[in-house]
Design a protein around this ligand. Structure first.
Ligand code: SF4
Ligand code: SF4
Length: 285
C-alpha cells in the first residue's frame, strides 16, 4: 500500500448527503477557491502555525511548541471549534497528515453499512496523488472493494488530474458556482474555466454523477443566467442529475458582500428556470 500522506481536515463515518447511499466522507484540507458562501471555511488553507488560536482554546487542547508548531490534542478537545472561529487564515489546527492505511482502518469498521467513500474538502482534487492512492487502496482491499469511490469537487482541476483518477473514480459531484465568469470571480475569487472543462470531461467519461448549483440571491440567480445555465448543461447531457441548493448562513464567515438566504419559493423558481432547458433529474434542498 502507498505510503503517501494527505492533509486531512476531518472524516465523517456516515453521510446520506455526499453522494449515492450511505457514505464515509474524507474532508481534505486546502482549496483553490475562497468562496464567500463556504460552509467549511476552516478547510480552505493549511495552518501557518501563527499560534493565535492557542490561547483561545477553552480546554487547553492546543499548544505552541518552542520550534513554532501548533499541536492539537484530540483527547483534550471539546470540539467547540473556537479555533476555527478565531483563525484569520481560514484554517484549522486540527488538520492531520494521514497515511492511506490510517484512513483505510477508519473506513473498515463502517464498511458493512456503507455504499461508498466520498472525498470532499476543501477541494478533493488538490491532492491528486493521495486521492489516487486512497482509491487504489480501497479497490485493492478485499473487504472494501465493493465501495464506490466518489469526489465532491469544485471542478477546478486540470485534465491531467481526471486522467490520473479515471481508473479508480466511480463518480463526481461538481459544484458549479456560476456560469458567468465575472460573477464566478466575485463569489469564489477564482476563474471558472477549469470547472466548466471538468464538467464536460467528466460527462464524456461517464463519471459526472451530479452538478450542484448553490443559489445566492442577488448574486447568481438572474433568470437569464439560470436559463443559460440550464441550456449549457442540457448541451452536455439533457438527463443530468442537478441539485439546486439554497444558501444557508450557518457555518459561513462574515461576508464583505451581503448574502441572503432564499425562500423555498424563490429556490423552486430558480430550479424551474434551470430545469426548463432539459430533461434533468432536479432536486431542491
Ligand atoms: S470550493 Fe468549496 S471548500 Fe472551496 S472555498 Fe468554495 S465552498 Fe469552500
Ligand atoms: S489554525 Fe489558524 S489561528 Fe490557529 S495556528 Fe493555524 S493559522 Fe494560526
Amino acid at each position: 500500500m502507498s505510503s503517501l500522506r494527505g492533509l486531512v481536515a476531518d472524516t465523517l463515518e456516515f453521510s446520506a448527503v455526499d453522494g449515492p447511499g450511505n457514505r464515509f466522507v474524507v474532508f481534505l484540507q486546502g482549496c483553490t477557491f475562497d468562496c464567500l458562501a463556504c460552509h467549511n471555511p476552516y478547510t480552505i488553507n493549511p495552518c501557518v502555525d501563527c499560534g493565535e488560536c492557542v490561547d483561545q482554546c477553552p480546554s487547553g487542547a492546543l499548544t505552541l511548541t518552542p520550534s513554532g508548531v501548533v499541536l492539537w490534542n484530540p483527547d483534550e478537545c471539546l470540539q467547540g471549534d473556537h479555533c476555527h472561529a478565531v483563525c484569520r487564515y481560514a484554517s484549522s489546527p486540527k488538520a492531520r497528515h494521514l497515511a492511506v492505511a490510517d484512513l483505510i482502518e477508519r473506513i473498515r469498521p463502517a464498511a458493512p453499512f456503507l455504499s461508498g467513500v466520498t472525498v470532499s474538502g476543501g477541494e478533493a482534487t488538490m491532492q491528486p496523488h493521495f486521492l489516487r492512492a486512497l482509491f487504489d487502496g480501497i479497490k485493492a482491499d478485499p473487504t472494501l472493494r465493493t465501495l464506490t469511490c466518489f469526489v465532491d469537487t469544485n471542478g477546478d482541476a486540470p485534465s491531467s488530474t481526471w486522467s490520473l483518477l479515471d481508473p479508480v473514480l466511480d463518480g463526481a459531484m461538481v459544484d458549479l458556482k456560476c456560469l458567468d465568469p465575472a460573477i464566478h470571480v466575485e463569489i469564489t475569487g477564482a476563474d471558472n474555466t477549469r470547472t466548466l472543462d471538468s464538467i464536460v470531461r467528466l460527462a464524456q467519461d461517464g463519471k459526472l454523477y451530479e452538478v450542484r448549483l448553490l443559489i445566492l440571491p442577488g448574486r447568481n440567480d438572474d433568470p437569464e443566467l439560470l436559463t443559460a445555465t440550464g441550456a449549457w448543461l442540457a448541451d452536455i447531457d439533457p438527463r443530468l442529475r442537478i441539485k439546486v441548493i439554497g444558501f444557508r448562513r450557518h457555518g459561513t464567515r462574515p461576508s464583505p458582500i451581503p448574502l441572503v438566504e432564499p425562500t423555498r419559493e424563490h429556490l423552486q423558481r430558480c430550479a424551474d428556470l434551470v430545469a426548463a432547458r432539459g430533461d434533468f433529474v432536479v432536486t431542491v434542498v
